[in-house]
Design a protein around this ligand. Sequence first.
Ligand code: TSJ
Length: 650
Amino acid sequence: MTKSYDAKDIKVLEGLDAVRMRPGMYIGTTGPRGLHHLLWEIVDNAIDEAANGFCNRIFVTIFKDGSIAVEDEGRGIPTDIHPTLKKSGVEVVFTQLHAGGKFDNENYAYSGGLHGVGASVVNALSRWLVVDVFKNNKHFRQSFSSKIVSGTKISGGVPDGPLTEVGSTNKHGTCVRFLPDDRCFETIVWSEETISKRLREMAFLNKNLEIVFQDNRSENPISKTFQYSGGLVDFVKYLNEEKNALYDKPIELSGEKDGVLLNVAIQHTDAYADSLFSFVNNIQTPEGGTHEVGFKSGITRVFNNLARKLGVLKDKMPNLLGDDFQEGLTAVVSVHIKNAQFEGQTKSKLGNPEVKTAVESLVVQLLTDFFDGRGSAKIADKILDKAVAAAKVREATRKAKETARAKNSLENANLIGKLASCSGKKPEENELFIVEGDSAGGSAKQARDRKFQAILPLRGKPLNAEKKRIDQVLLNEEIRTIISALGAGIGEDFSVEKLKYHKVIILADADQDGAHIRAILLTFFFRYMKQLVTNGHVFIGLPPLYKISKRDKTEYVYSDAELPEAISRFGKNYDLQRYKGLGEMDPEQLWATTMDPKVRSLVQVTIEDAATAEKMISTLMGDNIEARKAYIMEHSDFNKVDNFVNKNIN
Ligand code: TSJ
């Protein structure tokens, strides 16, 4: 199958000096990414040898001097002499730009095309490089280094001598060790984390391949071995480790069609985001491309067919969308193809149109077969349930968006009716108080400075009902009032520029119900108005917990921790009132403690707070009763406002 490789196949294009003059052209950047690119270039060659079935183990070792070595147990780079260049295959590989069998596409069936800049680029940008080839019971070696050629001009990758037989061996393989040139890079410090991550990925993508990574830089060398007998299935399990999978085993699909080799593993979780990782010839394609498109339309077709077959979708109901099936989906899609064409910003998007067709038809065939098979019924139910729920949220979001857009509609006027808006017209000064309960809302309306403070009372009940899905929350009148009042849209349409209130202040009681309302509101903002949170517009108002008084002296206490000290300031015969809720305060007290910008404390909500709330809510609202119980036990102090204290501002 593999055509025999000859040194004369190697095409000679350009000299190495061009690489040192314009490193960016060859490796993208001279920062950490570019540095690691050198390593990937060498590693990819070793992985190719493994992917073609000639090697089962690869070693990557970082040394104390900052050099790094990649060794494989493959066939060894050809050592024979090139008839016209009169150099060994090895020397050609390391000194001729764009040289290498893999550019012929005939010697190598499926090989990395993205970085294919060649080992010569690595050599050109190194202080020194040593290659050892173990082949035909012989040990060959050649070394290269950077040299001052004239005055200040430095050339990289200059041979110290020809490829030389230095001993005998029973090993076979290739070892390349090099030290990147600190005159070419901003930094030459290897990242153990970056390298581990990539090598682990390579081990997942190449089932059973053993990759041994050693970092010998510190006193206690680190050694890690990556090897996965489950391949992509293990990859998906790894990605889902911290998540709740909807079914036990990831689904694995493998096949070949029209020269496209496809390997896929998928597993749904109860999360909302999807994580799709795709690869072409073992190279990650973060920008996606035709293989991803084919995969997505394939699974959408199969799942819709399944929904019809099982009666989840009745005759006249429209199909579910791809997005519905992708919610909570973790998937790894790996294809191997010839002549990969990359496009996009970072040349990491697959362009070959024929790959879409092949992948889609493979996915349809393989996944349909899977669901025709035994034991798949439960899995189908779980996936379809999840997709139907996602579709409901999608529909609710659409309705909420419509409401938000239709500013002057009757419905909107009704909604806005509950809002006591402010008279001032400067959004950056205006504040919207979302107040728990009608009675506290009433006090707040009387207490406020109507010039810049608007009040929206929230009836506790409708939001507070346990086990409400976020789509129901979206249909809630008050939530829709908030959307209308803020005037900035929702979801992808949300734009902070249109915001009518630059401070959104949540005022809820310091009890269970109040905590729940806060969490629901934060979850809502987190999901549908993320920028509102990230731009620092969301605040938690802090009402006092106690009032201490004695004759004409009154003090408010905002936390249990401060109480003893406050009491000691009053001596004997003081009056202590504990506020059970905002509703117990009269308008004057509410103003003086919680609303007056001169004295109040506000806690600015960070995106982490909102994410925590979202996690709490999805646990509380989800179907996983055990997780819900565990969460409540663990986070029973969530409703303490102290959890939100990050930055107090007025
Ligand atoms: F990047 C590199 F070139 F420096 C490099 C290449 C680095 C490392 C670590 C390994 C390799 C490499 C190349 N490993 N294995 C090979 N195999 C070949 O170059 C090879 C061997 C035999 C034949 C043949 O047809 O007999 C063909 C090839 C391309």
